[in-house]
Design a protein around this ligand. Structure first.
Ligand code: NAD
Ligand code: USQ
Length: 400
């Protein structure tokens, strides 16, 4: 299979490129290094000392004998991306090439607009390029579970049957996203669904939960192949952040009541899910939706798991309740389906089996690289709502 990975220099994209290459597929990666640039803007960096894409690709060739083709450019640039898609003729396009951060999109109007332009316009270009130059290819688009928000009813995989005033239809499930970033994913989903309908394209929208983890089989072959691992306020996700905070001796930054519940998955399962999706494409004209997550945790549950895991390696962890910088429900119902990928054969990795060996030990290895100023939250969803409030939570005397 010919696989084109958009955002192939990123956390998930580089790991995906190696994963497919190792399994005998022909792989190309597209990136404009925007993620590296945004880190420069925020004064932050990956915990893992990542190499340039050029060094990664050379190291991959040296170690495995396989070639990963590089295309350096912006998905928002029509002339660039349409030429790449026309020349590469992918069977599958795995589209990670967007700005992935909710806090970054909430900094100010400029960041909100930048995230919208980058994500929505980039995906529109990809759809038009598929239509004109690769109409049989399968788009695997990384969306997010956060498109749905936290409704007080079960969440299906994309569509549900509705009966209204005596008539029935199957319709897209309503979306209630929680940031301007999450909204870009909703806009993408609508654009993809429309393009499939009018042009007969085929696509799978992977509504992915929060990913954690550093290690993959391919990344472990050589330190030059490690993928990035972020823990800062803008680009770190909750569990990765908590692991770094634990190792740095900083109380875990739990926002609000900590009852916010999300679906989580190990990076190893992202790779498996994308592979299963690629090997089982949908019929032309359809946008399929899979909910891609493995285990459901509240933020408070995560903190407990990290605390227990850290104890195994002799680290004592404290938890701090921060005033929530986000506007989000802190206690809510959350019951999303996730059967489709299991039906295709997903064999999940569970948090308690992987946290110490494949995450915390690696964080300890790179402990000296931790930039502490980027950990405390400073990006607030509501302007003026920035009074600091921090309370250290005493786990020993409270089983809440
Ligand atoms: P990432 O930032 O590490 O990777 C995205 C890559 O895309 C970066 O290397 C960036 O430079 C590149 N990129 C961005 N805009 C581009 C453009 N216009 N042209 C070319 N390249 C561009 O992010 P990630 O964590 O690997 O996430 C990948 C995708 O998965 C994102 O779309 C994200 O929204 C989605 N996702 C991630 C998570 C998670 O927990 N990491 C969860 C759900 C969904
Ligand atoms: N949270 C804390 N403390 C922290 C960081 C986060 O309590 O230090 C809380 C947040 O308030 C939120 C939850 O943890 O309730 C998850 O936050 P997150 O930063 O891990 O995840 P989120 O902002 O939703 O974004 C991440 C990825 C994004 C992806 C999304 C999947 O950055 O690309 O789309 O996870 S999902 O959450 O399912 O929408």
């Amino acid at each position: 299979m010919r696989v084109l990975v958009l955002g192939g220099d990123g956390y998930l994209g580089w790991a995906t490129a190696m994963y497919f290459s190792k399994r005998g597929h022909t792989v190309g990666v597209v990136d404009n290094f925007l993620r590296r640039l945004m880190h420069a803007e925020r004064g932050t960096n990956s915990l893992t000392p990542i190499q340039s894409l050029h060094v990664r690709v050379d190291a991959w060739k040296e170690i495995t004998g396989e070639t990963i083709e590089m295309f350096i450019g912006d998905v928002q640039d029509w002339f660039f991306i349409s030429k790449v898609i026309r020349d590469f003729q992918p069977d599958t396009i795995v589209h990670y090439g967007e700005i992935p951060s909710a806090p970054y999109s909430m900094i100010d109007v400029h960041h909100a607009v930048k995230v919208h332009e980058n994500n929505v316009n980039g995906t529109l270009n990809v759809l038009w390029a598929m239509h004109e130059f690769a109409p049989e290819s399968h788009l695997i688009k990384l969306g997010t579970m956060g498109e749905y928000g936290t409704p007080n009813i079960d969440i299906p995989e994309g569509y549900f049957e509705v009966e209204y005033r005596g008539r029935k239809d199957t319709l897209p499930f309503p979306k209630q996203p929680g940031s301007f970033y999450h909204l870009t994913k909703v806009h993408d989903s609508n654009n993809i669904m429309f393009a499939c309908k009018i042009w007969g394209l085929r696509a799978t929208d992977l509504n992915q939960g929060v990913v954690y983890g550093i290690e993959t089989e391919e990344g472990n072959l050589d330190d030059r192949l490690l993928t990035r691992f972020d823990y800062d306020e803008s680009f770190g996700t909750a569990l990765n952040r908590f692991c770094v905070q634990a190792v740095a001796g900083i109380p875990l930054t739990l926002f609000g009541k900590g009852r916010q519940t999300r679906g989580y998955l190990n990076i190893l399962d992202t790779l498996q899910c994308v592979e299963l999706t690629a090997l089982n494409p949908p019929a032309a004209g359809k946008m399929r939706v899979f909910n891609q997550w493995v285990e459901r945790f509240s933020v408070f549950d995560l903190a407990r798991h990290v605390r227990t895991a850290a104890k195994e390696v002799g680290i004592d962890v404290k938890i701090a309740h921060y005033k929530n910088p986000r506007v989000e429900a802190e206690e809510h119902y959350y019951n999303p389906d996730h059967n489709e990928l299991y039906d295709l054969g997903l064999k999940p990795h569970l948090l308690d089996d992987t946290l110490v060996e494949s995450v915390i030990r690696r964080v300890i290895q790179y402990k000296d690289r931790i930039i502490e100023h980027s950990i405390v939250p400073r990006i607030y969803w509501e302007r003026g709502d920035t009074d600091e409030y921090v309370e250290i939570y005493d786990m020993e005397n409270n089983n809440d």
